[in-house]
Ligand binder design. Structure first.
Ligand code: C2E
Ligand code: CA
Ligand code: CA
Length: 261
């Protein structure tokens, strides 16, 4: 209850921050992209995790203004970075089902992309299977439309829900993100290795890219690279960079990261 009304105030005051976590190609360790991850900056300077407040925002509807804010901020920042460093990379943004379902979702996204002079191919939407429980036909038609505009789509948290293989071949996605729970147990559980290997090879056959998330250990990275996983994301290669912790920390962090490329 308390969080619910505080969240509404936070939306009004724009009390949010975006962190950016890099993604690297497993083969050559070149930067592939950055995922924008939101934090709620509470009044007393405490950061509240999205795992805690996004479900509340989805219930009370504030996910719509929050989601719009995330898109606007992240695409603006992305363009600044791209212009400053001239390094090509993809911006990944998490999208909630409610946001995706909005009738004007595609148009307002395209408007933001144009406003900040980004190109659709540089933007990737991370969606989860939860959007598919809705009208499958309508959901995939919108995906197709996004794809026609060149916007990339990534299926997040793969392996945690129904993960039906029959719908996978019908989805016009570009990327599949293998859930962190697989990465976590790769080194200790042979069944996880078998499943992960099959997912990676299936993804390749379908013509998508695979990303493994939550990679913390060198051995996990080496294994994933050996089985042909395309992209790696996790603390091993980069923590999250707060964008608005103005100059010092974030500038240094991103400068180093982008200059290395
Ligand atoms: P997600 O999209 O699966 O994001 C990955 C989460 O794993 C992030 O947590 C990230 O910080 C964390 N993570 C990344 N690498 C590692 C690692 O190596 N080890 C460990 N232990 N954790 C790692 P975060 O930032 O707390 O986000 C949690 C979830 O909140 C996200 O899961 C996503 O579902 C949601 N979320 C975050 N930002 C947004 C947003 O802007 N909009 C929406 N709708 N949801 C968001
Ligand atoms: Ca994500
Ligand atoms: Ca995920």
């Amino acid at each position: 209850m308390e969080l619910d009304s505080k969240l509404k105030e936070a939306v009004f005051d724009h009390n949010f921050i975006l962190y950016y976590q890099p993604q690297y190609y497993a083969g050559n360790q070149k930067l592939r992209g950055m995922e924008a991850l939101i934090r709620w900056k509470d009044g007393d300077g405490k950061m509240i995790s999205p795992a805690k407040f996004i479900p509340i925002a989805e219930k009370n509807g504030t996910i719509i203004p929050i989601g719009n804010w995330v898109l606007e901020q992240s695409i603006r920042t992305f363009s600044e970075w791209r212009n400053r460093y001239g390094v090509p990379f993809v911006l990944s943004v998490n999208i909630s089902a409610l946001q995706y379902q909005k009738e004007d979702f595609v148009d307002s996204l395209l408007n933001i992309i144009r406003k900040y002079d980004a190109s659709p191919e540089e933007i990737e939407l991370e969606i989860t299977e939860s959007i598919l429980i809705d009208d499958f036909q309508a959901v995939t038609e919108k995906m197709q439309l996004l794809k026609e505009y060149g916007i990339r789509i990534s299926l997040d948290d793969f392996g945690t829900g129904f993960s039906s293989l029959s719908y996978l071949k019908k989805l016009p996605i570009n990327t599949l993100k293998i859930d962190k729970s697989f990465t976590d147990t790769l080194l200790t559980d042979s069944a996880t290795r078998i499943i992960t290997e099959s997912i990676v090879s299936m993804v390749k056959s379908l013509g998508f890219e695979s990303i493994a998330e939550g990679v913390e250990e060198e051995q996990q990275y080496k294994y994933l690279r050996a089985i042909g996983c395309d992209i790696i994301q996790g603390y091993l290669f980069g923590n999250r960079c707060p964008r608005r912790r103005s100059n010092s920390y974030c500038r240094r962090y991103t400068d180093q990261l982008l200059q290395k490329e």
